[in-house]
Design a protein around this ligand. Structure first.
Ligand SMILES: Cc1ncc(COP(=O)(O)O)c(C=O)c1O
Length: 461
């Protein structure tokens, strides 16, 4: 820390970064085993671990509401939302983080812990570390949203931003932990993390005792491992459904292989095909874990009835529905459960009592704006078309009048003359309009097709 003076003369304190530690050469990856997450000796957690966690964290983590959704009628499902996005740092990760910190031996509580995370695990550890007076170091990749980096700093964590992706950050964090005696806390596989996340399952059973199914998003699988164990132990008839994003179906791949395997992330190209890649952006960034946890896998695999994979555009639509109808701001990963129902992946749930965990709400405001637009497009309310009209005076005005007479809002308009091949007195007009619903978009298409010879509807590549 350093004393300084602000522009208006008030003394201020500048928080300076600690210099990043240099590593001794002998720390190699082979010595960097996480003893709590050993692929050769995976640990299946037990129901008693979850009840112990529930008792320990009862005063430090919020019991979030689990309420019936207004979307029930629209979707034909008796739908309940477990609102974990209402936790203080915006996600369920607080449950596991607090329990793991509370269970550390005293000496380790004094030394502190280290973790690698781009978001919610880092926020949860930073906040509860401050609450419990345990030093926290988080290593965040360069792609981590600035808002989350700043929030971790504001909770007093030592934040190191390094690594082009989470695996580089993890390697750095593990080396640092080894060198400085800080315990490394895996955010989806440490046994205490799984037990802590399981407490959400106990609450769900208490809040909706007669549920038929629970839909749970899956990243590294810590949440589904804990929550499924809690629910199935007390009510084995409940269907447990896991959801992943199409960009990273690592749990589905692990089930096929019988063990966690590396799954490269993919992105959807404009023509609908999938492209493999290393660093793919997805709306569900919290679920983009290429290899699921070893303890999480052995605990969760026997308890899951069905796994589904959702498309990015369904996630955008789910986020939009939650804002419009539920007044809830939920991040992509947190909205995948609803996306699975919207996408029609779970017809067997029709008329059933279903709990969907809305597990996080940390979405950047800039990202939210774009997601809303994509959601409107996926819903058929934001449409794009090209129409060729007369370039004589009044031609374009006539088109604008037709649109406005239907009560449709014109968002964007672009004229092109040089490249069109039809008669010289015509102009191609590219429009983006916002309609009331998909039905009104259809009506507009019909009106324009009746009026004009050349109408190209939808995305134009
Ligand atoms: C909002 C949100 N939902 C779901 C998950 C997935 O949890 P897990 O990695 O335990 O499967 C995460 C993980 O970071 C998350 O942040």
């Amino acid at each position: 820390m350093q004393a300084s003076t602000s522009l208006d003369g008030e003394p201020v304190t500048l928080v300076t970064e600690k210099a990043e530690p240099k590593f001794e050469r002998q720390i190699s990856m082979s010595t960097l085993k996480d003893e709590f997450c050993d692929p050769d000796n995976p640990k299946q957690i037990q129901f008693e671990d979850i009840s112990a966690a529930a008792y320990k964290i009862r005063d430090g983590v919020m019991k979030t509401p689990c309420t019936r959704s207004r979307l029930s009628g629209l979707l034909g499902v008796n739908l309940f939302f477990k609102k974990e996005f209402l936790q203080f740092t915006g996600s369920f990760k607080e449950r596991g983080a607090r329990y793991t910190l509370m269970m550390l031996p005293q000496e380790q509580k004094e030394k502190g812990v280290v973790a690698a995370s781009a978001g919610n695990h880092a926020l949860a550890l930073s906040y509860h570390g401050k609450e419990l007076n345990i030093p926290i170091t988080v290593v965040m990749p360069k792609i981590a949203p600035l808002m989350k980096v700043q929030a971790c700093r504001s909770y007093g964590a030592h934040v190191i931003v390094t690594g082009k992706d989470i695996s580089e950050s993890r390697e750095y964090a593990m080396k640092l932990g080894k060198q400085e005696g800080l315990r490394y806390i895996n955010g989806y596989d440490h046994p205490h993390i799984l037990a802590g996340q399981g407490t959400v399952g106990l609450e769900i059973l208490e809040q909706v005792p007669d549920l038929d199914a629970c839909i749970i998003p899956v990243g590294g699988a810590g949440l589904i491992a804990g929550a499924a164990l809690a629910i199935k132990s007390l009510k084995p008839s409940v269907q447990i459904i896991g959801v992943e994003s199409e960009t990273c179906p690592s749990f589905a791949e692990a089930l096929k292989a019988g063990k966690p395997v590396y799954t490269s992330t993919t992105s959807t190209l404009a023509d609908g095909t999938l492209k493999a890649g290393k660093m793919i952006s997805t709306l569900a960034d919290g679920l983009a874990v290429p290899t699921v946890g070893v303890n999480a896998f052995v605990t969760a695999a026997p308890l899951i009835d069905k796994m589904v994979v959702v498309e990015e555009q369904s996630i955008a639509l789910a986020i939009l529905r939650l804002i419009e109808l539920e007044k809830a701001v939920v991040e992509g990963a947190g909205a995948t459960g609803l996306a699975a129902i919207i996408q029609g992946m779970l017809p067997e749930l029709s008329g059933k009592k279903v709990v969907v965990i809305l597990c996080g709400g940390n979405i950047d405001t800039t990202c939210l704006g774009r997601v809303i637009e994509r959601g409107l497009a996926a819903d058929g309310r934001l449409v794009r078309f090209v129409v060729t009209v007369s370039d004589r005076p009044g031609g374009i005005t006539e088109l604008a009048r037709t649109i406005s007479k239907m009560g449709i809002s014109l968002k964007d308009m672009y004229h092109e003359r040089a490249w069109i091949k039809s008669d010289i007195f015509s102009v191609q007009v590219k429009c983006v309009v916002e309609t009331r619903d998909a039905e009104q978009s259809k009506e507009l298409e019909q009106v324009l097709r009746e009026k004009y010879d050349h109408v190209v509807w939808g995305p134009v590549h």
